[in-house]
Design a protein around this ligand. Structure first.
Ligand code: SAH
Length: 212
């Protein structure tokens, strides 16, 4: 595990997350020490430890820290040795996962974002991540099954390919919907699927079709 040092603003962010109900100390500790300012344009770095989503170019956003923490905490309630992330974006959620889970796979449809995220993770010495430029609706079949799947863009419906790539007993955390979106925790037990709705959320859409 890579140890980074924390700062005053990072400690304040963690206390906001704690007050909002995040209790997993491993999740809080990696959020405290991961330099979020490196995952956004320099002009926004002064907002890096605010609990908000921020633009990262190409019409996309780095997710709100509370959402990253919530989704990671939901994932960590289950034994996960491998995780597939759909929507690398800035690579911030990827970096958090890489410090908590042995093997991380991440798919992004916009080549430029994927390239920048790859460079950031390399600079932070996080080497247990494999990235792919591709369509997240298809998942990453050759690396499946995954103990966990985390989708960081809202899907109109749950992608069937992702359900198929989930290990038996595996867990998927996914925002579902278009105008109205709900965070869903899906578990697979053999052919049996269980779904739990966590609450309303707001994500950019999981786009179908053409790669950029
Ligand atoms: N976890 C990221 C969230 C980025 S926003 C972060 O915190 O920075 C969601 C990302 O999903 C965007 O980068 C967007 O390009 C990507 N995305 C949208 N549709 C996709 C698809 N079909 N396949 C792969 N990535 C997709």
């Amino acid at each position: 595990m890579t140890a980074f040092s924390s700062s005053g603003p990072a400690r304040r962010l963690v206390s906001v997350l704690r007050q909002a109900g995040i209790t997993n100390t491993d999740v809080l500790s990696v959020i405290e020490t991961t330099p979020r300012q490196l995952f956004m344009p320099e002009s926004l770095a002064h907002k890096a430890y605010e609990n908000t989503a921020l633009p990262i170019g190409n019409g996309q956003t780095i997710s709100q820290p509370l959402m990253v923490a919530t989704m990671t905490q939901l994932l960590m309630q289950h034994e996960c040795k491998s995780v597939l992330e759909i929507g690398t974006g800035s690579g911030y959620q990827t970096a958090i996962l890489a410090q908590l889970i042995d093997k991380v796979f991440s798919v992004e449809r916009i080549a430029q974002l994927q390239y920048q995220a790859k460079r950031r993770l390399r600079n932070l010495d996080l080497h247990n991540v494999s990235m792919r430029h591709g369509d997240g609706w298809e998942g990453w079949r050759s690396k499946a099954p995954f103990d966990g799947i985390i989708v960081t863009a809202a899907a109109a419906q749950i992608p069937q390919a992702l359900v198929e790539q989930l290990a038996d007993g595996g867990v998927m955390i996914i925002p579902v919907g278009e105008q109205q979106q709900t965070l869903v925790v899906l578990r697979r037990f053999g052919e049996q699927i269980e779904q739990q709705r966590i609450g309303d959320v707001r994500f950019v859409p999981l786009v179908k079709g053409e790669l950029l």
